[in-house]
Design a protein around this ligand. Structure first.
Ligand code: UD1
Ligand code: CA
Length: 478
């Protein structure tokens, strides 16, 4: 069966109270519309049309996908009018079954859509709708069935009588499968007097009255919830997060407090890794086996090897960390940092666009930016690569086995040869040859009597037993 897909995404989304189009609000790193696009593409439709209207330009810019055609709904006259606009774009796909989805229901799984499609095919239905049962929800269309269980119509919640509401707990998800013969009813939809809209749901009553075979396929309620406001956005995010975390737990990952770890569906984590509370794992992040990720950590678009410790309050962005390394607490790996194996990046260390070799240690209070550092290097506390001269960024190269004493600065571009020693407190402005010791310090001086005695300050009123020598003589430290 040839399939075409239409996603309705033109609506205003007034209930979100946002300057941004509703369908671009994100669930775990992706706009809700993108979730639906990705899901429906698993059915391999011949054509995928998205109806846009409110914020059309923004939606087009954000959903960059060559397989999608956009159709603009000129006036937002309801879901029925939205599909009518899409009909023109489907002219070249005669004979196709059409799947229609709402752009604000991102939780439907590919498995459910496949089941929906199979039941439509097997039943030889003209029109199928995806429904769910949940007596506690409001705002959804009610599915009214005839005596034989066939669907006769959908009545919108706001137009339903108290009796219909009480008796009918089956709700419309807004997803439909339509044989080509159903599209003609779009032209017959009538504008609702109260709302001024054409309801796509009315197509069900029209087709059923005409003797078409209309059936409903019931799926789990949490898969088809629509997102109309911030509370529903939160609820849907929690459902998706729970799904992701549960899947990872089944694969052998420990979450100490699953609901407080935010994990994007695209994240991969290896067996026996332990994730502490208040952690965010985002984008294309991949974490190996036997790692421990402590609280307050956020990792985005990064690759972490096996047996890595990420200690509390660490941020890792678009970087790589080799196996056996330890990062943090309170460290920041900025984009394009590549950390080798068994490296230690410790307290308050910031690394930016740098390569750090195996077994190198930068344990405290350091900035390494645009640096290429070899293996087995010791970076003392307070070391800074001065990579920026106000105009350009420059590279600091530190070869393997170098020892950098505390509080050193490297004025880039500069290169430190293999095995060199940098004495503490150095400001390195020139290349240091391999195996040498570089010291750049001003000799220490002592200013004698720099601080006056309390007696001198108070004009001689306080008497001291011992008299200190007078004068401001400068003495060498040696
Ligand atoms: C709709 C259904 C309701 C169903 C619910 C499921 C109708 C009349 N009602 O109600 O039966 O239970 O979805 O979530 O269809 N849209 C357009 N153009 C428009 C109006 C809406 O493209 O002119 C798009 C919206 O962007 C949205 C989708 O259609 O993605 C649904 O619209 P929305 O206004 O959210 O419909 P509901 O009131 O939720
Ligand atoms: Ca909706």
């Amino acid at each position: 069966m040839n399939l075409c897909a239409v996603i309705l995404a033109a609506g205003r989304g007034k209930r979100m109270r946002s300057a941004k189009p509703k369908v671009l609000h994100e669930l775990l790193g992706r706009p809700m519309l993108q979730h639906t696009v990705d899901t429906v593409k698993k059915l391999k439709p011949k054509k995928l049309v998205i109806v846009i209207g409110n914020g059309a330009g923004e939606v087009k810019d954000r959903i960059k996908d060559k397989s999608v055609s956009f159709v603009t709904q000129k006036k937002l006259l309801g879901t029925g009018n939205a599909l009518l606009e899409a009909k023109k774009a489907l002219r070249d796909t005669k004979g196709c079954t059409i799947i229609v989805l709402n752009g604000d229901s991102p939780l439907t799984t590919p498995a459910t859509l496949k089941g929906f499609l199979n039941s439509h095919k097997r039943g030889g239905n003209d029109l199928s709708l995806l429904s769910f049962t949940d007596g506690s929800l409001s705002g959804y269309g009610r599915v009214l069935r005839g005596k034989q269980g066939n669907v006769i119509s959908i009545v919108e919640d706001k137009h339903a009588t108290a009796d219909q509401r009480r008796k009918c707990g089956e709700l419309n998800s807004g997803a439909y499968l339509m044989a080509p013969s159903i599209m003609k009813y779009l032209d017959k939809l009538k504008k609702h007097r109260l709302s001024g809209e054409f309801y796509l749901t009315d197509i069900v009553g029209l087709a059923s009255k005409d003797g078409k075979k209309v059936r409903a396929y019931i799926c789990p309620a949490e898969e088809v919830m629509g997102i109309n406001n911030r509370a529903e956005l939160h609820k849907a995010t929690a459902i998706l997060n729970n799904r992701t975390v549960s899947r990872l737990m089944q694969r052998g990952v420990t979450f100490i407090d699953p609901s407080s770890s935010i994990v994007h569906p695209s994240v991969r984590i290896g067996m026996d890794t332990v994730i502490y509370p208040n952690t965010c794992l985002e984008g294309s992040t991949s974490i190996g086996r036997d790692c421990v990720i402590y609280p307050g950590t956020r990792i985005c678009d990064s690759t972490i090897g096996n047996s890595v410790l990420i200690k509390d309050n660490t941020l890792i962005e678009s970087s790589e960390v080799g196996s056996g390394s330890s990062i943090g607490p309170s460290a920041h790996l900025r984009p394009q940092s590549s950390i080798g194996r068994n490296v230690k990046i410790g307290n308050f260390v910031e690394v930016k666009k740098s390569i750090i070799g195996d077994r190198t240690r930068a344990s405290h209070l350091t900035y390494l930016g645009d640096a290429v550092i070899g293996s087995n290097v010791n970076i003392g506390a307070g070391t800074i690569t001065c990579n920026y001269n106000g105009q350009k960024k420059h590279i600091t190269t530190i070869e393997s086995n170098v020892f950098v004493g505390s509080d050193s600065q490297f004025i880039a571009p500069v290169k430190i040869g293999r095995g060199a020693y940098i004495a503490a407190g150095a400001t390195i402005t020139r290349d240091v040859p391999a195996g040498t010791l570089a010291i750049s310090r001003v000799d220490q001086k002592h200013l004698m009597d720099w601080i006056k005695t309390p007696a001198q300050k108070s004009g001689g009123k306080i008497k001291h037993k011992k008299k200190k020598p007078r004068g401001g003589k400068i003495a060498d430290s040696s």
